[in-house]
Design a protein around this ligand. Structure first.
Ligand code: ADP
Ligand code: MG
Length: 395
């Protein structure tokens, strides 16, 4: 799956439809696309009812789908080298989800739609994605979202985009077994081209914020470190538990309710250093989202850079979810003249984002590549984060 300048989904729709026809012997009823994402700011806040600000990438999962009436679900990915996986819709159970490999994602969406009261009598699905997997760019949410949107339209379920995002999140939480928040699915389902999605995860209210970097002579780069440290899996759940413990100790439902102006008082009331660090990160990152919005509204995109770098320090030092490769990207990029940088997504590998003057793109990219080579790391993958459209029907 190529990472840079992926072919637009509109150009891939025919090939995916033809792949479907070869596999299943009939034309698909339709073809849909859903993108991966990067998050500009607001990390580990979405499971605390907080604020996030992702944008959709031009990298997309494209799926050709038809209904079935016999209760069978057949799924195939062009990207795995595996054959068609066949499942019985009525037999889908969360506890079996994990054992199902990648098919747990589409199967989980079907399960979650049925849990929500919808009759799904089966489907055939063939998929091809340009979202790199396991790079912190939400290939999983792209997959969930494309399946949820396709079934919503084919079965006439009438669910809104935010409702479909909740379905995708439920599939991932309960069926696949990953305790993620709702940001990734919301970005994939609701993003608009040329915009950031300013999202309040408490009620899923959202605002599309214009983000035309090129017009301001700026660029946002994604640096995929190509590493994923095993530590990440348990650590995410641990940080979640730390946030929940903090909310309990402070007598609030979620850390969203802790005002930034009151953060010092709140911290004084917490004894456990790990819980304190979780609270400090979440409350201050919500504030960084607020500051970022204010800066963008004021037309001062350059000043967002230092806010990103500050956010990275908080994720590195307080939440401790970064890793040497991500820290190296941020330190090197800033040293080489970037306006700011930070890890994005869950951390422990995956990707970082770098805000640069457009004219400095080549120099900053080279500095990061050289630093990785010197440190003996695998060469990173660097590409521009072009704010792209959310999920949609192609055919
Ligand atoms: P991320 O969402 O950051 O890319 P995850 O670990 O959450 O990483 O999700 C990656 C998983 O999603 C893969 O291991 C695979 O199970 C599934 N997946 C994503 N894209 C595809 C694809 N094109 N084909 C099959 N499975 C995919
Ligand atoms: Mg994921």
């Amino acid at each position: 799956m190529p990472a840079d300048a992926p072919a637009p989904p509109e150009e891939r729709a025919r090939a995916v439809a033809e792949g479907f026809t070869r596999l299943y012997g009939a034309e698909p009823e339709g073809v849909w696309a859903a993108p991966g994402r990067v998050n500009l700011i607001g990390e580990y806040t979405d499971f605390n009812d907080g604020f996030v600000m992702p944008l959709a990438l031009p990298h997309t999962a494209v799926a050709a789908v038809s209904r079935r009436t016999d209760g069978r679900l057949r799924v195939h990915s062009a990207d795995t080298g595996e054959g068609v996986v066949t499942l019985e819709v009525a037999e889908l159970r969360p506890e079996r989800g994990g054992a199902g490999g990648w098919a747990a994602y589409p199967a989980g969406v079907v399960w979650a739609l049925r849990e929500a009261g919808h009759e799904i009598t089966g489907a055939d699905l063939h998929l091809a994605s340009t979202v790199p997997t396991g790079a912190g760019l939400s290939s999983s949410a792209a997959l969930e979202t494309v399946v949820a949107l396709a079934l919503n339209e084919l079965y006439g379920l009438g669910r809104s985009r935010p409702e479909l995002a909740r379905i995708g999140q439920r599939a991932e939480n309960a069926f696949v077994g990953v305790p993620c928040g709702v940001m990734d699915q919301m970005a994939s389902a609701c993003a608009a081209e040329g915009h950031l999605l300013h999202l309040d995860t408490r009620n899923l209210s959202l605002r599309q914020v214009p983000f035309d970097l090129a017009a301001r002579g700026l660029a946002l780069l994604v640096v995929d470190t190509r590493v994923k440290h095993a530590l990440g899996d348990g650590a995410y759940a641990e940080r979640r538990a730390g946030c929940e413990a903090g909310a309990r100790a402070l007598g609030v439902n979620t850390l969203r309710e802790v005002e930034y102006a009151r953060l010092p008082e709140a911290l004084d009331r917490l004894d456990d250093p790990t819980v304190r660090a979780c609270v400090r990160h979440v409350v201050s990152d919500n504030e960084r989202v607020r500051r970022t919005i204010a800066l963008l509204d004021a037309g001062d995109a350059r000043a967002v850079g230092p806010v990103l770098t500050e956010g990275h320090a908080s994720l590195r030092d307080d939440l401790r979810v970064s890793c040497p490769e991500l820290d190296l990207v941020v330190a090197t990029a800033v040293e080489a003249g970037a306006l700011g940088a930070r890890m994005t997504g869950g951390g422990f590998g995956g990707s970082a984002i770098v805000l640069v003057e457009a004219g400095d793109t080549a120099a900053v990219t080279k500095a990061v590549e050289d630093a990785f080579a010197t440190a003996g790391h695998t060469a990173p993958r660097v590409f521009p984060a072009v704010p792209s459209a959310g999920a949609r029907r192609l055919e």
